[in-house]
Design a protein around this ligand. Structure first.
Ligand SMILES: NC(=O)N[C@@H](CC(=O)O)C(=O)O
Ligand SMILES: [Zn+2]
Ligand SMILES: [Zn+2]
Length: 378
């Protein structure tokens, strides 16, 4: 399946970004507090057999996105989904220690029909960590998303009242807006107004892809933060499009030009707690990606930490990884950091070419078959 991929010219990040070796050149091993993933897609049913074990190997808390079919719309759905994840966790061959540490946190999918009562129930549930807003049609499984965001002020009032964060897929969806401009247009035309009206609502702008989004988040108060994926730190649209189209780099919001990639690396490695880890690991079977109409989403759950370590090290800032991966997200959500640790080592690993997925399908991870300079110490 990936033979075509291997014929492609490929420029890994640690070659295409100018290195600053002055700060952390001597770091060959790095022990950090156990990280959390504040944005992940585990999918459902048979897919969980692959995704849960991969996520639980590295992460303690994961914020599970609700874009299932049908979506996770209320607290009952969230309890049932969490139970399916835990059942799969117990059936996996992870260690007893990893099983005990893994804590999937739920999100509700905001629709045109979500009520303020749903929000109150979610806030009091103890398992729902946030509410997710997909503009209808913006991304994978967003058909049930919100059609008119300004009509959902009752929900924003409730989120503010119960101090439940709003997680955003921040792109406008109008047909006439260029796909590369959709994030910036969302900030200017939608989010800026919402923040003025709801100044204390906690907001996470998920998977940011532009310098505009980084600047926007920096300009807001501490109630507004952002997650950044490994692919947006490591790649730009040339990796997606030059020398042949590479479907495994296709995700939404789409990779932007290199100048944006550099700004994302700057803010992620700056030590500013507004920016934290959210892989947006989004599995789609290999044949659904390698298709005339390929699905959006990069799969990174199994190698997320070596990917982030490679990105941070590419700019000589691996010493900033712990804050980004293990501290700032917990701080934003008002949760304690973990006591356990994980060690990364500057020993190369090869990313598997694929994983078995469900019903005989396979799953191709980000950078399949490529070497990464960092790995997790056994
Ligand atoms: N990021 C993606 O390209 N895809 C995600 C949805 C999302 O996070 O937008 C998915 O669920 O596949
Ligand atoms: Zn999204
Ligand atoms: Zn996502």
């Amino acid at each position: 399946m990936i033979a075509a991929q291997q014929d492609c010219p490929f420029t890994p990040v640690y070659d295409n970004i100018e290195r600053d070796d002055t700060m952390t050149d001597s770091i060959r091993e790095l022990t950090i507090l156990q990280p959390d993933d504040w944005h992940i897609h585990l999918r459902d049913d048979k897919a969980l057999a692959t995704t849960v074990a991969h996520a639980a190997q590295s992460f303690n808390r994961v914020i599970c996105m609700p874009n299932l079919v049908p979506p996770v719309k209320n607290v009952d759905d969230a309890h049932a989904y969490r139970a399916r994840i835990i059942q799969q966790l117990q059936a996996s061959d992870l260690s007893a220690e990893r099983k005990a540490a893994f804590d999937p946190r739920m999100t509700l999918y905001l629709t045109d029909n979500t009520t303020a009562n749903d929000i109150e129930m979610a806030a009091k549930s103890g398992i729902v960590q946030a509410v997710k807003l997909y503009p209808a049609g913006a991304t994978t499984n967003s058909a049930d998303g919100v059609t008119d965001i300004n009509a959902r002020v009752d929900i924003f009032e409730a989120l503010e009242k119960y101090n439940l964060p709003l997680l955003l897929h921040g792109e406008v969806t109008h047909d006439h807006v260029d796909i590369f401009d959709r994030e910036k247009r969302f900030l200017d035309e939608v989010l800026a107004q919402i923040i003025i009206k709801f100044p204390t609502m906690k907001i996470v702008l998920e998977h940011i892809t532009t310098s505009d989004a980084a600047d926007f988040v920096l300009a807001q108060g501490n109630q507004v933060a952002a997650t950044i994926t490994p692919q947006h730190l490591m790649f730009n649209r040339n990796h997606l499009l030059v020398g042949g189209i590479k479907p495994h780099f296709y995700c939404l919001p789409i990779l932007k030009r290199e100048s944006h990639q550099k700004v994302l690396l700057d803010v992620a490695t700056s030590g500013n707690p507004k920016f934290f880890l959210g892989t947006d690991s989004a599995p789609h079977a290999t044949d659904a990606k390698e298709s005339a109409c390929g699905c959006a989403g990069c799969y990174s759950a199994s190698t997320a930490l070596p990917l982030y370590a490679t990105a941070f090290d590419s700019v000589g800032k691996i010493d900033k990884l712990e804050g980004f991966a293990s501290r700032f997200g917990a701080q934003f959500y008002g949760l304690p950091v973990h006591e356990s640790t994980i060690t990364l080592i500057n020993t190369p690993m090869q990313v598997p070419t694929d994983y078995p997925y469900f019903d005989g399908s396979s799953l191709t991870p980000l950078m399949a078959g490529e070497m990464l300079p960092w790995s997790i110490k056994a």
